[in-house]
Design a binder for this molecule. Structure first.
Ligand SMILES: Cc1cc2nc3c(=O)[nH]c(=O)nc-3n(C[C@H](O)[C@H](O)[C@H](O)COP(=O)(O)O)c2cc1C
Length: 325
């Protein structure tokens, strides 16, 4: 099985999902090192790029080694989105342009949908067509959309939306198998994902509830999708990509021991601190490290101590004591 998105070829179609506030550069790096074939940035506001907001440009900025990255944009105005694509694909010193562009059509957050963006777009399929067409005319880069299966259970329209996106020039579609109403919790509707795959000729990537290699295999086999996008299942577990790769290739996979895992986690923390500065880096590292120790002996007291750590040294000391314990 392989996944081809216009000019991008992935051997197994294993993609790291965009997660705002989670999949920063350091997170994407550790996933890339452990088998993510493609990674997507946190969502970036097209409107904020229009107003030249520097932090949004930073979210969309890619260093030279990040050459398997798509940038995800959100917005609802075709012109503003087109301008954003033009801005982020212009060359900037020391940075590379994205490998492709993904458009967010699934975010359920109130402040986004109240603006007609994210999953609110599912209520307006003709606008989805206009957006994709406008962006197709703007760029030759691979262009993908990430949708949900509908707004709510009475409006499951992923097939209609996927067809419109494909007709207007999208190169692939990711389907998160939940409605906006369901947010992030219930079981995913894999039949709805399978229906999308059966109804369009462009590649379809399945997303939602993939937390183990067997989840991924079941998803791929049942939906016949061309790839899978992993989100929360990778939190504290970037090795999930390696495990799925091994499973697809028919190999055994043995997870590294906790000391190796935590030493990798600290590499991620070091990168976060380099990128965001000590203060923000440490605050955010607390949550990431908690995921790395989840479900292991002594996790709850270590997590409690992590919540109060204020320096890199403290983080190292908690992690080292945890390993010894
Ligand atoms: C904290 C968090 C942030 C997210 N941010 C984004 C985002 O920026 N763009 C997007 O398309 N989806 C976002 N998502 C949705 C995920 O990409 C994914 O579709 C969803 O979590 C379902 O996959 P999962 O069940 O494997 O976690 C986010 C999810 C979470 C939990």
């Amino acid at each position: 099985m392989s996944l081809n998105i216009r000019t991008v070829a992935l051997k197994h179609g294993l993609i790291l999902a965009p997660m705002a506030g989670v999949t920063d550069r350091a997170y994407r790096n550790i996933c890339r090192r452990h088998g993510a074939e493609l990674v997507v940035t946190e969502m970036v506001s097209a409107k904020a790029l229009h107003f030249n907001d520097q932090s949004s440009f930073e979210l969309a900025s890619l260093k030279p080694y990040e050459n398997n990255s798509f940038v995800q944009l959100f917005g609802h105005e075709p012109e503003i989105l087109s301008e954003a694509v033009t801005k982020i694909t212009q060359s900037r010193e020391g940075l590379i342009t994205p490998l492709g562009i993904d458009i967010n059509m699934g975010c359920p957050m109130k402040k986004i949908v109240n603006n007609g963006e994210g999953s609110a777009l599912l209520k307006n399929p003709p606008l989805i067509g206009q957006i994709v067409r406008r962006l197709r005319d703007t760029t030759d880069l691979p262009l993908t959309v990430k949708i949900r299966i509908g707004w709510d259970s009475s409006s499951l329209n992923a097939v209609e939306v996927a067809r419109i996106a494909a007709e207007n020039g999208a190169d692939a579609i990711t389907v998160h198998g939940r409605t906006r109403e369901q947010m992030y919790c219930p079981e995913v509707n894999i039949d709805a994902i399978r229906d999308v795959k059966a109804s369009v000729d462009i590649p379809v990537i399945a997303n939602g509830g993939i937390n183990t290699a067997s989840d991924a295999m079941r998803m791929l086999e049942y939906t016949k999708c061309d790839g899978v996008m992993l989100a929360r299942g990778t939190m504290g577990n970037p090795w999930l990509f390696e495990e799925i790769t091994a499973c697809i290739e028919g190999r055994q996979y043995v997870y590294p021991d906790i000391d190796v895992r935590l030493s990798e986690a600290m590499t991620q923390v070091e990168e976060m601190i380099l990128d965001k500065g000590e203060h923000t880096g440490i605050l955010e590292a607390r949550r990431h490290l908690s995921y790395y120790i989840k479900n292991t002996k002594g996790a709850s007291s270590a997590r409690h101590r992590l919540n109060f750590a204020n320096s890199k040294e403290e983080l190292y000391s908690i992690v080292n004591e945890f390993i010894k314990g």
